[in-house]
Every structure is written in structure tokens, then in C-alpha cells.
Write a new protein. Structure first.
Length: 456
């Protein structure tokens, strides 16, 4: 018989989970079983606490699930989620351990429906723009006065009625060819592209209008298809788009040669206004009439001037004969005047020649020579007298300052015999030195016997 302790020892031990352990392992099981997946639904109970994280519920018609999108992921979005918005999440499945709630952790969010279409729109727009389909150098000019207009649109829609009404009002009588197509729904883009190609091949219109009325982005999507864009680009005819309302832009608008905000505006863009044309014609007519009147007035003035200045040939002959007589008379007077002037000049030259006769000039020169000889002799005599007197004065002055005059008064000039130095002081010689005394008449050669210095 087993004891109670032995029975307890033999029973298997229980693996008891704590709530924390349970939630943690459930979380690991969920996160490991589901890959990163896409989930679509409607947002509700959206909240954004101070942490910057987003918490909301994603629901459809039958179920809902809690969701979280943390701040480091939601800051990358380009739109602001709101309650009721249909979105598409790229998310992973998880479990919030603190409350044991199954939830979705969103890594990326984008708008569903229109959002997907807008992404496709932007992708195609960027690609076609990079290829150059939107460049202005590919745009064809619109004809100012189209002879025939083609309209590619639904034959039963409001767009064709608006276009025809506008054309009738602005420029009635312009032929219009309607190329019927479906403007939305499956296969509509292919129909539109095919009809653009047909219109270009037929070449029966000067310009095409591609139009439809307003609608949602999905309704206008046929005009955002690549096949339509490339058909517009390849069409040899200029194309004007009038799609939707003023705020609606499609890929076709960017490729077309010109965009109008509405179908009515497209019709106005390619048709001239008859009232403006009539006004312009009236202005040009008035201007032409004014120019014709000005030209006519100038022609009349010219005719009047010519009629006054044109003369009869006989009158012109008379005028020329009179001018010839006047010219001959002036010529005779000029010849007579020239002759008198020449005679006067000859007389003047004869007088000058007589004055320059060599005999007359010789007598004049002889008289001048005699006068000059007399003046020369007199001038020489006076000059010699002045010079003689000057010489006498100089001799007298020289005698006055001459040393010889001093010698005449009994003085002598004493010099050393050896170096001819003039002696002014007895100290310049010594006893026994030879000296020489220059007298007024002759010289004395002496020898110094003794020296006596004057103490004064």
C-alpha cells in the first residue's frame, strides 16, 4: 500500500502558465505564424496621444481589429488619416501583452480606392514626363480658323451638347465630325485610343477635341491610361482636351497640345467668336477706308502740284531762248570787263618796268654809294679819335699804378737771388744770403751782412 507522499511523488507535475507567460508565448506564436501582410479596412476610433503614436480600429462590414502605428513610421506618411477613411495597411500581427489584446502593428499606410488610383496616376505621369511626352516643343499650334472640327466623346453625353451649342453660338456653319466612344468603363481607354488613331489617319479635320463631362477620379480614369496618352502624342492633328471640371487634371491633358478646363471652354478655345470677328472686320474696314482717303488726298495734292508745274513745250522753248540771250549778254559783259582789266594791268606793268630801268637804278645806286662813302670816312675819323683818347687815358692810368712809377720815386724791389721771392720782412733772409734790388734804372746784386729786425 502506497503512502500519500509516495502517491504525490509518482503523479506528473503540472506546467502552470502565468498570464504574462501566456500572453508572451501567444504573441510569439502570432508574430511567427503570420508574415508581413496587407490589410484593407475603414478607420474608426482614431486617437493620437502626446507620444505621437497612432491608435485606431480597422473594420469592415463584419469585424474589426485594434491597430497601432508608431511615431517613427507614421511621420513618413504624406496624408492625415481620419475616421471613416478607407486605407490599406502593410502590417504585422502581434498581441499587446499588458491587456492580452490581439492587434495589428502598421508599418505603412496608404489610401485605398482613389489613393491607389492617384499613386498609379503619379507613377505614369512621372514616367511619361521623363520620356518627353509633355515637352512644349512637341505641342502643335491650333488653327485660327478651322475648316472642320472633330470631337471624340460620348455621342449621348452632356459634353457633346455643350460643345455643339458653343460652336453654334460662336461660329455657326463650321462642320463638326463626332467620333463616338465610351468615356468610362471597361475597354473605354482602348476605344478612345483607337478613335484618335482613326481621326489622325483620315486627316479630315483641322483640330480635334477630346472631351467628357465631370466625374470622380475613377470615372475619368480612361483618360489617365497610357494607351490614350501615347495615341494623343502620335496623332498628327492638334488635340485640345476638355475633360471634367476646372480642377480635374488627367494624363491626357498633359500630353495634349492644349488643355481647356471644360468641354465648353475647349469649344471656345478652337472657334473664333463671330461677334469679335465682325467687330474686327468693321475696324479693319474703317481703317482701310481712312487709309484710302489719305492716299486719295495725297494723289490729288500731287496732281495739283504737277498741274501747276507742267508747262507747254513752246513756253519752255521761249524760256530757254530768253535764258540763252541773257547768258550771251552776261558773256559779252564779262569779256569786256576782262579786256579792260587786262589793259589796266599792262599799263601798271609798264610803269613798274620803267621804274625798274637799269640806267635809272644805276644813277640812284651811284648817288647812294657817294653818300655812304662820305658817311663811312667821317665815321672812321670819329672812331679813331675816340680810340686815341681812350688809349691816352689808359696809359695815364697804367703809369699811375705801375711799380715803375714807384721806383722813379726812389723805391726798390728786393728779391732773393735763389728763388726770386719778393722780400717784405727781414726775417725772410739770413746773413750771407744773396739778394737783388730792382731800381728805376738797373739792378743791384747784394749780399746780406747783417739783419736788424724792427721791434715795432
Amino acid at each position: 500500500m502506497q503512502t500519500p507522499n509516495e502517491s504525490q511523488h509518482l503523479a506528473p507535475q503540472r506546467d502552470v502558465y502565468s498570464v504574462t507567460r501566456l500572453n508572451r508565448e501567444a504573441r510569439s506564436l502570432l508574430e511567427g505564424s503570420f508574415p508581413l501582410l496587407w490589410v484593407e479596412g475603414e478607420i474608426s476610433n482614431f486617437s493620437r496621444p502626446g507620444s505621437g503614436h497612432w491608435y485606431f480600429t480597422l473594420k469592415d462590414e463584419a469585424a474589426q481589429v485594434r491597430c497601432a502605428m508608431f511615431r517613427n513610421r507614421n511621420m513618413l506618411l504624406r496624408f492625415q488619416p481620419e475616421n471613416g477613411m478607407q486605407v490599406l495597411l502593410r502590417a504585422r500581427i502581434s498581441l499587446y501583452e499588458a491587456r492580452g489584446e490581439y492587434q495589428i502593428i502598421a508599418e505603412h499606410m496608404e489610401e485605398a480606392g482613389d489613393g491607389a488610383l492617384r499613386r498609379a496616376f503619379e507613377i505614369l505621369k512621372q514616367r511619361l514626363q521623363a520620356e518627353g511626352l509633355f515637352n512644349s516643343e512637341h505641342k502643335k499650334p491650333l488653327p485660327p480658323f478651322p475648316g472642320q472640327i472633330g470631337v471624340i466623346t460620348s455621342p449621348t453625353g452632356a459634353a457633346i451638347r455643350d460643345i455643339l451649342t458653343t460652336m453654334k453660338r460662336r461660329f455657326p456653319g463650321t462642320p463638326v465630325i463626332v467620333y463616338p466612344v465610351a468615356v468610362q468603363g471597361a475597354g473605354s481607354a482602348e476605344q478612345i485610343a483607337k478613335m484618335i488613331n482613326i481621326a489622325g489617319e483620315r486627316n479630315e479635320c483641322d483640330v480635334l477635341i477630346l472631351a467628357r463631362g465631370g466625374g470622380s477620379l475613377e470615372d475619368l480614369w480612361s483618360f489617365n491610361e497610357e494607351i490614350v496618352a501615347r495615341a494623343i502624342y502620335a496623332c498628327p492633328l492638334p488635340i485640345v482636351t476638355g475633360i471634367g471640371h476646372e480642377i480635374d487634371f488627367t494624363i491626357a491633358d498633359f500630353v495634349a497640345d492644349q488643355r481647356a478646363p471644360t468641354p465648353t471652354a475647349a469649344a471656345e478655345l478652337i472657334t473664333p467668336n463671330q461677334y469679335e470677328l465682325h467687330k474686327r472686320i468693321e475696324q479693319l474696314t474703317a481703317r482701310m477706308q481712312h487709309l484710302l482717303q489719305v492716299q486719295l488726298q495725297r494723289a490729288r495734292e500731287r496732281l495739283h502740284w504737277l498741274s501747276r508745274h507742267i508747262q507747254h513745250p513752246g513756253r519752255r522753248v521761249q524760256d530757254w531762248s530768253q535764258r540763252l540771250d541773257e547768258t550771251q549778254l552776261r558773256l559779252n559783259n564779262a569779256l569786256s570787263h576782262q579786256l579792260r582789266h587786262s589793259l589796266s594791268k599792262v599799263t601798271h606793268l609798264q610803269t613798274r618796268l620803267q621804274a625798274r630801268n637799269p640806267a635809272t637804278r644805276l644813277l640812284t645806286y651811284q648817288s647812294q654809294l657817294t653818300f655812304l662813302q662820305q658817311r663811312g670816312a667821317s665815321a672812321i675819323t670819329r672812331y679813331m679819335e675816340r680810340k686815341s683818347q681812350t688809349l691816352v687815358n689808359l696809359v695815364h692810368a697804367l703809369d699811375t699804378i705801375s711799380p715803375l712809377a714807384t721806383l722813379q720815386r726812389g723805391y726798390a724791389i728786393v728779391t732773393r737771388t735763389d728763388n726770386q721771392q719778393i722780400l717784405r720782412n727781414a726775417a725772410q733772409v739770413a746773413p750771407g744770403d744773396k739778394i737783388q734790388a730792382q731800381l728805376a734804372q738797373g739792378k743791384l746784386h747784394c749780399k746780406v751782412e747783417s739783419i736788424e729786425n724792427d721791434s715795432n
